[in-house]
Design a protein around this ligand. Sequence first.
Ligand code: PMP
Length: 407
Amino acid sequence: MVNWNDKLAGRTTFMRRSAIREILKLTQRPDIISFAGGLPAPELFPVERIEAATQEIWRRRSSESLQYNTTEGLTELRDWIAARLSRGGVNITRDNILIVSGSQQAIDLVGRVLLDDGDHLVLESPTYVGMLTAWRSYQPRFSVIPTDADGLIVDEYLETVLRQKPKLAYLMPNFQNPQGTTLSYERRVELVKLLAEYDVAVMEDNPYGELRYSGDALPALYELEAQQRGSTKLDGLVVYAGTFSKILTPGLRVGWVAAPEEVIEKLVQAKQGADLQTSTLSQILTYEVCKDGFIDGHIEQLRAVYRERRDVMLAAMERYFPEEARWSRPEGGLFLMVTVPEHIDSGELLKDAIEHKVAFVPGTDFYITGGQNTFRLNYSNAQPDMIEEGIHRLGTLLKEVTVRQVV
Ligand code: PMP
């Protein structure tokens, strides 16, 4: 037998499978109500519009869509994204945009071009597990900044960390995964000031920003940062990532990076080594579906449905969860996070939950350390009556385990 352990690269030691993807396999049983994945509601995929666009593509653009395209991506899609990102006043052009195969690839490519082994990274805690999956192999030194209901806590501790000149901060200012919390306006302004003062670059990952159900939209970090420098261009410290996964479909695998041109140039080189380009057909289809204002109406529809699901989940939690449990109250996105008393291990709890035919993601994967007594719930993928029933099941279990420990 060949011993592949001797042949694998050292960096594979730091790679691991996503626990969430493993749990997802388990929860695909039809009798389980799963709040585990981050899946959009499939019944809201705009299937008819996609079908019509597909027919149009086969009529008008079949050879083009089956052919190679540039690494940077389809010109009209880059122009469309650039125009959309420029609405807040920063003049973004197609030269600032690279189309990627989902924003997960944006994270991977940013790691390839910005991170050296052992680099110092600033993260909010908890943070996106997919970023940890992508960047762990660089063996970074993590500085973990605590969060509260207003997102990352911007205080002296953060300043002390930034003073050490970390290489990069990775942040999700809007409806972050896993908590669903949002960085407040005041903190954004203060954060951007500090990043500029200490010359620290930030990756602003924003897959959920358009899915706001209550409260007012807030300016992006790249907008505040440009404003602060008195620039009207994307030529500062922010590398921004977005995606069509949550506003259209994740299956097409189309996302983007918006960044200063010299960063885009390096990302293009890295992407040439990774996959040459994102699927031409996916890009043309994305463009044909989104254009002429269709996506805005579609996003409105998503907001209405997800708002209801969020509200149903929050109301059911009030009704069924024990008073010892605490949870975030997101203004948008797909997730919220629950904290239970410290003696409850959510990994163990999940085993019991699956017996009760309900599932969630235990919190530890989202933390560098700790988080055992937390778990993430998704509210976009189940119908309201299923949400009600699933939260009832989970609440019953939580009451049992809370009491079990007290006795
Ligand atoms: N960033 C964050 C914060 C996410 O939650 C996700 C998806 N779960 C991604 C990036 C990647 O999404 P995609 O590759 O589908 O665009």
